[in-house]
Ligand binder design. Sequence first.
Ligand SMILES: [Zn+2]
Length: 99
Amino acid sequence: MSRKPWADKGSRHKRGYGAAWDRIRLQALRRDCYLCQPCMRAGRITEARAVDHITPKAQGGSDDLANLQSICDECHKDKTARDEGWKRPPTIGVDGWPT
Ligand SMILES: [Zn+2]
């Protein structure tokens, strides 16, 4: 299957993460100074590369800034595995998005 260079971004958006999410995601990262919040609570300074829903959307969490925290790849993997422990954990790509 041939893939266009921009196909990745488009397919990501088709999965329900649109321009509005990109905007609020950036707001959350800026609010948190691009630092991983779970790491910070544990006394570590780690660059956040993703934004996490504190209450998972599957459990009724919203896309509100108050329900978002900046998170690093490691914490994201850990948290996603816990949040979705009731089912098979998804694979998270290098960009922090489920593949
Ligand atoms: Zn972290």
